[in-house]
Design a protein around this ligand. Structure first.
Ligand code: TYM
Length: 376
């Protein structure tokens, strides 16, 4: 790993999916990459290590759906507080707002000019949006194009930014020559697209301009909704009790997990296909269990241990034990968030410092793109 880069949209307080799927990993990776040995000069080491780990609040991505202008800054600061509360230390990494470094959109434009439209039509998130707009369309790339070319169709009203946003995401990553990108499973396809775009750009400009990044995923890369365990837990899901937020109190968490949709079979078994609600709780439990045990066991092994632990027990007991482990394991993060979310000047200071550093790294890479393309 030479450099980590990742991003998150400031579209609400992070939920358990964001935490288990990626934010807890952001902190862990930062700790691994910037670990200081006692003999080293701490100050120098910290400075050298900061630009190895770069995290961005993807505020431009958020505009793919309408944002009330008055909420934009507050949402960004809340997300900054959430990231720091999860253990990301702005002293040891670069934490910044995407919109503060305009080179993201400049590089995105250059990449737009070489990315085949057909690649974007294959993106699952886009196909889902098409499907939602036009349920009679079965989501194939070609029918999407046909429907979108009819100016009166529902699909043609979808916005260009929503379609092109994976290219902006590719620009985010490539601008910093990231070697690894920690994300949840729903973003994996976008990182694979980033590799394809990087490869295409390298061929197009006939030089190795961009590093092809690898995906890093946690053991719990896909946390499901508590109300509909066939859907992922999502910031945009407004269904009551579907998501556990990092701002939830112990009582909120207790009540939401108690109401989790499971199934009529009374005892616990791990059967993700037929019993997705119970499987989701087992995976959530096992993610925290693995951490509590400080175990480096592979995902399957922790999940096996936990499935054994609950074998023959009632679903009710699984819900109670999951409640306890979620409350205990997230207590520090939730308390820290409650404290830090009010420190707006501090949060803004962290972002401003990060913006300066991010801009310097981005400028170097942009200069190479300008040279290769003839713009400089
Ligand atoms: P976003 O803001 O939707 O989600 C942020 C991160 O949380 C993960 N995640 C989940 N993981 C497990 N279970 C879930 N239910 C769940 N829901 C969300 C996501 O996979 C993601 O890692 N386009 C990105 C933001 C972005 C980005 C980037 C990411 C912009 N530029 C560059 C990586 C690199 C997004 O919308 O994530």
């Amino acid at each position: 790993i030479t450099r980590i880069f990742s991003g998150i949209q400031p579209t609400g307080i992070p939920h358990l999916g964001n935490y288990l799927g990626t934010l807890s990993n952001w902190a862990r990776l930062q700790d691994q990459l910037t670990r200081q040995t006692p003999s080293e000069d701490c100050a120098t080491n910290a400075v050298q290590a900061r630009d190895k780990v770069i995290y961005s609040i993807a505020d431009l991505h958020a505009f793919t759906v309408p944002q009330p202008p008055k909420a934009v800054l507050k949402n960004t600061l809340d997300m900054t507080a959430s990231i720091i509360a999860c253990g990301v230390d702005p002293e040891r990494c670069v934490l910044f707002r995407q919109s503060a470094v305009p080179l993201h959109t400049e590089l995105a434009w250059m990449l737009n000019c070489i990315t085949p439209v057909g690649w974007l039509h294959k993106m699952t998130q886009w196909k889902t949006k098409l499907q939602n707009k036009n349920p009679s369309d079965h989501g194939t790339a070609s029918s999407g194009i046909d429907a979108a070319s009819d100016p009166n169709s529902e699909t043609s009203k979808l916005r260009l930014g929503l379609f092109a946003y994976p290219v902006l995401q590719a620009a985010d990553i490539l601008l910093y020559s990231a070697s690894h990108v920690p994300v949840g499973e729903d973003q994996k396809q976008h990182i694979e697209l980033t590799r394809d775009i990087a490869d295409m750009a390298n061929r197009h400009f006939k030089t190795k301009l961009f590093q092809l990044p690898d995906v890093l995923m946690t053991t719990n890369k896909r946390v499901m909704s508590l109300r509909d365990p066939t859907k992922k837990m999502s910031k945009s899901d407004k269904t009551a009790n579907a998501t556990i937020l990092l701002t939830d109190s112990d009582d909120d968490i207790r009540s939401k997990i108690r109401k989790t949709v499971t199934d009529p079979i009374d005892t616990v078994t791990y059967d993700p296909e037929n019993r997705p609600g119970v499987a989701n709780l087992l995976r959530i439990y096992s993610a925290f269990y693995q951490r509590a045990e400080n175990s480096s066991n592979a995902e399957s092994s922790a999940l096996n241990d936990v499935t054994q632990l609950f074998a023959g027990k009632k679903n009710q007991e699984l819900k109670e034990k999951t409640t306890d482990i979620v409350i205990e394991s997230t207590r520090k993060v939730r308390q820290e968030l409650k404290r830090i979310i009010k420190e707006e000047d501090y949060l803004m200071g962290c972002l401003l410092r990060g913006e300066e550093e991010a801009s310097m790294i981005a400028a170097k890479n942009w200069e190479r793109v300008k040279k290769a393309s003839g713009l400089s």
